[in-house]
Design a protein around this ligand. Structure first.
Ligand code: OGA
Ligand code: NI
Length: 348
């Protein structure tokens, strides 16, 4: 079967490029119930630190997000995505407000083989009204909720509440792993722009040519992703760029470092490129929670981590402006590559 050409990845980005199908090395799986043992806490913190440095990814189990809440949201969103398109587009994303349903997302100007539904954690959410750095105008945006299934909103909000709690727990552990006070990052989240997303990857006739999500780094602080048992998420290894699968572990959450944490730690912690390969027989669902700072936070390397030997590698940037610029290009195909974190690298 033919595939619309907007989905076709360049040969070097396709699923068969540079990947090890049966990899001998494992991305760490960390059991957070070990935090109940005072003698083990320091080990857990250093395992998290090592994973953030080596891979930029790890999985957590016994993380405190109840299985029931996760199951409920998984079942509810399936009912929504199975509705006819005319129902789904009633809550469609638009160019001003990215919340809601969308089926045409682009990553680096190639279309992704997926449908998504985006939900702000704070409703309403405050964001800059334009990408213009001089314009200080703000916009208030609201979530869009489908009428059916009727418990969609409640199921999503319940799950997001648990995910956010875990995100801050992990943030504290990451902060400790850097030798910083536990609450070092908290002030950055007073008007957090966090959101969570439901991804549905339908079976694809040409998984050799298309990707569910093209290679990218997450533009947030950290992401917490619930994936089902199908598999398809791959990450690029820091040391050599080889692609490794993230094995689905029942009830685990996949945690990864985003651009902000990479900048705050001046590249000590790694925001890994990742992508999703699709398959021709099974649909796949994933539910990421993206922890984002407030729109007015200036993201730049933390003073405490800098020294004459470790000068800042990034210029500061206003988080909200970065977010709206990125979003504009996710929405439609642009002629040029969208804004990337490397645009803020200090040239040496
Ligand atoms: C994302 C993402 C991975 C997945 O939505 O940013 O990387 O497994 N998703 O769906
Ligand atoms: Ni991602």
């Amino acid at each position: 079967m033919d595939l619309d050409q907007t989905f076709i990845q360049a040969p070097e980005h396709r699923a068969d490029s540079n990947s090890i199908p049966n990899q001998p090395e494992e991305i760490p799986v960390i059991d957070l119930s070990r935090l109940n043992d005072p003698e083990d806490i320091q080990n857990v913190i250093s395992e998290i630190g090592d994973a953030c440095e080596t891979w930029g990814f790890f999985q957590v189990i016994n993380h405190g997000v109840p299985c029931d809440a996760r199951k409920r949201v998984e079942e509810t969103v399936k009912i929504f995505f199975d509705l006819p398109m005319e129902e789904k587009i009633k809550v469609k994303r638009d160019e001003v407000n990215p919340a809601g349903y969308h089926d045409g997302e682009h990553t680096k100007n190639v279309r992704d083989w997926k449908e998504v539904f985006d939900i702000y954690f704070k409703d309403p959410m405050v964001m800059p009204s334009s990408t213009d750095p001089e314009d200080e105008g703000l916009r208030v945006v609201y979530n869009k909720w489908p009428q059916f299934p009727s418990d969609f909103r409640e199921a999503c909000q319940e799950y997001a509440g648990h995910a956010e709690k875990l995100a801050f727990r992990l943030l504290e552990l990451i902060s400790l792993s850097l030798g910083l006070p536990k609450e070092r990052f908290h002030d950055y989240f007073k008007e957090q722009m966090s959101f969570f997303r439901i991804n549905r990857y339908p079976p694809c006739p040409r998984p050799d040519l298309a990707l569910g999500v093209g290679h990218h780094k997450d533009a947030d602080v950290i992401s917490l992703l619930a994936q089902d048992e199908v598999g398809g998420l791959q990450i690029s290894r820091r040391s050599d760029g080889v692609w490794f699968p993230i094995r689905p572990v029942p009830n685990a959450l996949v945690i990864n470092i985003g651009n902000c944490m990479e900048v705050w730690t001046n590249d000590k912690y790694w925001s890994a490129e990742h992508r999703v390969v699709v398959n021709s027989t099974r649909e796949r669902y994933s539910i990421p929670f993206f922890l984002l700072p407030s729109h007015d936070v200036e993201v730049k390397p933390l003073e405490e981590l800098l020294s004459p030997e470790n000068p800042p590698r990034y210029k500061g940037y206003k988080y909200g402006k970065f977010y709206v610029s990125r979003n504009r290009s996710d929405f439609k195909k642009l002629e040029i590559q969208n804004i990337q974190i490397d645009d803020f690298k200090v040239v040496t």
